[in-house]
Ligand binder design. Structure first.
Ligand code: FES
Length: 677
């Protein structure tokens, strides 16, 4: 048995015994305290800093010492050494302050988790849209009334039911319908086990739920009308579940939770890496998401006042990594050349095989994947938006740490994906954070005074007067990062190559610890007691992310012989909250009429609901995804040059006519010719 030590966390007061050798961050999680991390515990984000308190703490009967944590390693020391001003301003010294993801518990310790390191529950921005869906569920209910067996006709229970069911099905569908004969019907094993007792208890009058008109999955006494299903979008960050009535299509409950896999890695690559490096990695990742799905199912059933066993089907969508992890398929080949998933086709599997707590005979349908990084969530997005039925060319973009893009119309659809990195979601940006209370979500800068105004999640209105927001700001989230960079460019604080201009008459533009920066919020406006800037490095991170996304879009346009798309559709939570004009001003999305740029929210969730409520749509998306052409960006010979051109705001050579009036002092960049071959 491993040794245990007492860990006490302040200010929450949580305490408990943890195994020796556990990281402080993992120990905190076990004790119910979330500590921030946006670098997948790689000692690069510093969001997980904690303080070790030293001395005898009678109240808790422990002696807390710095030596009760493992010695500082090279990477941790390197990170802390790069932050001398921060440590000085806080009065912290190395050894007292530690990266909780790196240090391990070797003895009793009292740990202080400072405000800026405390994990906040992300605001889950995934709601279901109202939309018309033709209801054709895969599960139908039939009422069957049978003559009880007797000595003259001792037919077995299943065959008796199957014959009765054949008659009921013919009555419902009419004489023209192509239906299986009774001997072609089958019954789920779990359902068979309780069949005899159910039939007798129900006096041979039952309601039978049949999946795809071929397999009996539930037999209920008497007449029952309703059945239920759940559609789920498993995002890398958020899992959203929609509980629906399968007969009416009504949305009964929508629940969401953070994806618990986040503790094993912020983005899909780090989760793949985790699964590769840890023998039990896949199991942990799989179990974590299944536990969350079961929790969401329970919550949704409670809201809808039904039992979870009444849920007879689930449709799951997610990127290829989420797809593999929920199906307990090892994701290692998704991350290794030649980058192939285990399966492209859609999957049907029994709920009990995955440990999903709906009716154990219920079916889990997983939408098809398209490529290693273009997953079932993209299939769902296509299903929801139907670019394959349009004459116009639509560009669909789902932006996250990875962006998936689909372009085309009824004649041809092409797709690709590109890593955009976590910068657009607030990571790798000095004061970046997720969309949570205290995050700045909008920024504007006055072009004359260079003074900013901003909005904060959880606080009403703009801070026109900076005293109003005192102590409320904690960081800056993705939508505001786009705003801030676009505004810095628009008002001339940074130039088109993303460089800060020097000598501007504003005390907000200054040379900071890590180079030039612009202060959005002064320390006294924040809850972390530090100025919140956009730094030169932050701007660079956004340039890399937006160049990747733009280059991917341009590659698809070029492959289809188009100059620009007729319509741009931004899917996903991030797309819903960014200001499209500002996104275009920095060149995150291609030039297009602004009125033709739409944010559509959680299209993957919508697609999952469509597939849940209409079984024919499953066949449709199976066939569409088989025809989508995939392009791998790194194999495109022009990729590097195009990427370099796209790092400028909005672009080194593209005119961006629709936002030209916002571009300050536009002059041709002499560098452009180097990359235009
Ligand atoms: S440095 Fe510890 S989680 Fe990023």
């Amino acid at each position: 048995m491993s040794k245990k030590h007492t860990v006490i966390l302040q200010p929450s007061g949580r305490r408990g015994q943890v195994d020796e050798g556990m990281s402080v961050r993992a120990a905190a999680r076990e004790l119910g305290v979330e500590i921030e991390s946006i670098c997948a515990e790689n000692a690069t984000c510093g969001k997980c800093m904690v303080l070790v308190e030293e001395g005898r703490f009678e109240k808790y009967n422990i002696d807390s010492k710095r030596e009760h944590l493992s010695p500082i390693g090279t990477e941790e020391r390197a990170y802390l050494m790069r932050r001398p001003k921060l440590l000085q301003s806080k009065g912290w010294e190395i050894g007292q302050v530690r990266l909780s993801c790196q240090c391990k518990v070797l003895g009793d310790v009292l740990i202080n988790v400072p405000e800026e390191s405390r994990g906040n529950k992300q605001i889950v921005r995934k709601t279901a849209r109202e939309r018309a869906i033709e209801i054709k569920p895969s599960i139908r209910k039939y009422y069957v009334s049978m003559v009880p067996p007797n000595i003259e006709r001792p037919i077995a229970d299943w065959e008796r039911l199957a014959k009765g069911l054949e008659t009921s099905m013919a009555l419902v569908h009419g004489p023209e319908a192509k239906l299986p004969r009774w001997f072609d019907l089958r019954i789920d094993y779990q359902c068979l086990r309780s069949l005899s007792s159910t039939l007798r208890a129900a006096n041979w009058n039952v309601t039978v739920s049949v999946w795809q008109d071929k397999e009996v999955i539930e037999v209920q006494p008497g007449y029952v009308e309703e059945s239920y299903g759940a559609a789920v979008d498993i995002g890398s960050t958020t899992v959203a579940l929609y509980l629906c009535n399968l007969r009416t299509g009504e949305l009964l409950a929508a629940e969401s939770e953070m994806n618990p896999q986040i503790v094993y890695g912020e983005d899909v690559m780090s989760r793949i890496q985790y699964a590769i490096e840890h023998p039990d990695g896949l199991e942990k990742l799989h179990k974590a998401v299944i536990a969350t799905l079961n929790k969401l199912l329970k919550q949704a059933a409670k809201t809808a006042q039904i039992k979870t066993e009444e849920i007879l089907e689930m449709v799951l969508v997610g990127n290829s990594t989420m797809h593999h992890l929920v199906l307990n398929l090892h994701p290692k080949d998704l991350g290794l050349a030649p980058f192939v998933p285990a399966i492209h086709s859609s999957v049907d599997i029994k709920a009990r095989e995955l440990g999903l707590q709906i009716n154990p005979s219920g079916n889990i349908h997983v939408l098809p994947t398209i490529a290693s990084f273009v997953g079932a969530d993209t299939s769902a997005m296509i299903l929801a938006e139907e670019p394959h039925k349009q004459d116009e060319n639509w560009l669909l973009i789902d932006v996250g740490t990875n962006a998936e893009l689909v372009l085309g119309n009824r004649k041809r659809l092409v797709c690709t994906s590109t890593p955009t990195g976590p910068a657009l979601e607030g990571a790798h940006v000095e004061y970046g954070m997720r969309a949570a209370p205290g995050a700045i979500e909008r920024v504007q800068i006055d072009e004359n005074t260079l003074e900013p105004k901003y909005k904060v999640i959880g606080v009403d209105g703009w801070n026109t007067d900076h005293t109003e927001f005192k102590g409320q700001v904690k960081g800056i989230c993705g939508s505001a990062i786009i705003d801030a960079v676009a505004e810095l460019f628009r008002v001339g604080i940074v130039d088109s190559r993303g460089r800060f201009k020097k000598g501007l008459s504003s005390n907000r533009v200054r040379e900071g610890e890590n180079g030039w920066e612009y202060i959005i919020a002064w320390a006294d406006e924040t809850s972390i007691g530090r100025d919140i800037p956009m730094t030169q490095q932050d701007v660079r991170q956004i340039q890399l992310a937006k160049a990747a996304l733009f280059t991917a879009a341009r590659t698809l346009l070029k492959r289809t012989g188009l100059q620009s798309p007729d319509k741009i559709i931004l899917a996903g939570g991030f797309g819903s909250y960014i200001d499209k004009e500002k996104a275009m001003l920095i060149g995150l999305i291609p030039d297009c009429e602004l009125e033709k740029v739409y944010a559509i929210g959680n299209a993957a969730g919508d697609g999952a609901r469509i597939a849940l409520l209409n079984v024919e749509k499953r066949n449709e998306i199976d066939s569409v995804t088989r025809q989508v052409e995939r392009f791998e960006l790194p194999t495109d010979p022009e990729f590097q040059n195009q990427f370099m051109l796209a790092t400028s705001f909005p672009h080194m050579s593209e005119p961006f006519e629709h936002i030209a009036h916002l571009i300050p002092n536009r002059v041709a960049d002499p560098m452009a010719k180097n990359f235009m071959k």
